[in-house]
Ligand binder design. Structure first.
Ligand SMILES: Nc1ncnc2c1ncn2[C@@H]1O[C@H](COP(=O)(O)OP(=O)(O)O)[C@@H](O)[C@H]1O
Ligand SMILES: [Mg+2]
Length: 261
C-alpha cells in the first residue's frame, strides 16, 4: 500500500542551519498494516509524515502509494488518499462550522453553505453514534464548542469517512488527558480495524506502541533503526522495546514526553 524507497531530506541545505532530517529511509507497508512509530525528539517522525503527505518533495528516493508513484505529486493531489491527524485537536476541523457541516465537507457531500441531504445527515448521525460520546445529539452545534477529546474523535471520523488508502496519526492523543486519550485510542483501533485501513501512528506512549497495530518501528536521527512484527512483537515488553532501541540506536531513547505505561 505504501512503498518508500531510499528517501532523504535535508532542510536549509548549504546554510549554518542545515539539517538532515531523514536519511535513506525505506519502508514497505502492506495493505492493512498498522505500524506504530516511536523515537527520540527530532528523530524525523513528523518529517517522514510530511514527506509522505507531500508537504515537500524529498531530495532523493521515491514514494509509491497503492502502486502509484506520488514522489512528485503535490500535497493536494495526495490528500484525498491520505487521512492525517495531528497532536493539536484544533487542527483538522473548522471551529465556526457545525459538526454536520464539517462531516459533510470531509465526506465531499456538501456542507459549505450548501444543503446537506437528509440521507447524508442520518448517515452522519449513525457514524457519530458509533463514537459513543454523544456527538450525534449535537450535530448542529459549532465544532468550536467541543472539548479537545471530542474534537479529536470527530477529526478521526472526518479523516476516515472516505476510507483513505493511508491514515497518518501524529501523536494524536498526546494533548488529551489520560482517560480521554484512552478513549480516542480505542476508537482509533476500532475505526482502523473495521475499515481495514493501512495506518502509521506516531506515539510517545510505549504501551500504546506495543498494544495497537501489528508492527512497531523505531526512529532515531532520521533513520528507521528497528522494525518489529509478528511473534517477536507479540512477545515484546516495554522493557524489551527500550533495550532494543538502545541496541539499534546505540543510546537511550530520549523523548521528554515518553510514557512507559
Ligand atoms: N521545515 C523544517 N525546516 C527546518 N528544519 C526542520 C523542518 N522540519 C523539521 N526540521 C528538523 O528536522 C528534525 C526532525 O524533526 P521532526 O520530524 O519534527 O522530529 P520528530 O521525530 O520529533 O517528529 C528536527 O531537527 C527538526 O528541527
Ligand atoms: Mg513530531
Amino acid at each position: 500500500m505504501l512503498n518508500i524507497k531510499h528517501i532523504s531530506k535535508t532542510f536549509n541545505s548549504g546554510t549554518v542551519n542545515e539539517k538532515q532530517a531523514i536519511t535513506d529511509i525505506s519502508l514497505h507497508l502492506k495493505e492493512g498494516d498498522f505500524a506504530t512509530i516511536i523515537g527520540s525528539n527530532g528523530a524525523g517522525k513528523s518529517t517522514l509524515f510530511n514527506a509522505i503527505s507531500g508537504d515537500f518533495f524529498t531530495d532523493s528516493g521515491s514514494i509509491y502509494l497503492d502502486g502509484e508513484d506520488v514522489t512528485f505529486k503535490p500535497q493536494h493531489k495526495r490528500a484525498k488518499f491520505i487521512g492525517r491527524l495531528y497532536q493539536d485537536p484544533m487542527r483538522g476541523s473548522a471551529p465556526g462550522m457545525t459538526i454536520e457541516e464539517n462531516l459533510a465537507l470531509a465526506a465531499g457531500r456538501g456542507g459549505w453553505f450548501s444543503h446537506i441531504k437528509k440521507s447524508d445527515r442520518e448517515d452522519f448521525r449513525e457514524q457519530l453514534r458509533l463514537l459513543d460520546i454523544g456527538l450525534e445529539n449535537r450535530m448542529t452545534q459549532p465544532v468550536g464548542l467541543l472539548s479537545g477529546g471530542q474534537r479529536q474523535a470527530l477529526t478521526l471520523l472526518m479523516a476516515t469517512v472516505n476510507k483513505p488508502k493511508l491514515l497518518l496519526l501524529d501523536e494524536h492523543t498526546a494533548a488529551l488527558d489520560p482517560a480521554t486519550a484512552d478513549k480516542v485510542l480505542s476508537l482509533t483501533e476500532r475505526i482502523v480495524r473495521e475499515n481495514k485501513l493501512t495506518c502509521l501512528m506516531i506515539t510517545h506512549n510505549m504501551h500504546s506502541a506495543l498494544e495497537l497495530g501489528n508492527r512497531v518501528l523505531m526512529m532515531d536521527a532520521g533513520r528507521i533503526v528497528l522494525d518489529i512484527e509478528g511473534q517477536e512483537r507479540e512477545d515484546l515488553t516495554v522493557e524489551d522495546l527500550l533495550a532494543k532501541f538502545r541496541m539499534g540506536a546505540g543510546k537511550q531513547l530520549d523523548n521528554d514526553r515518553i510514557l512507559l505505561s
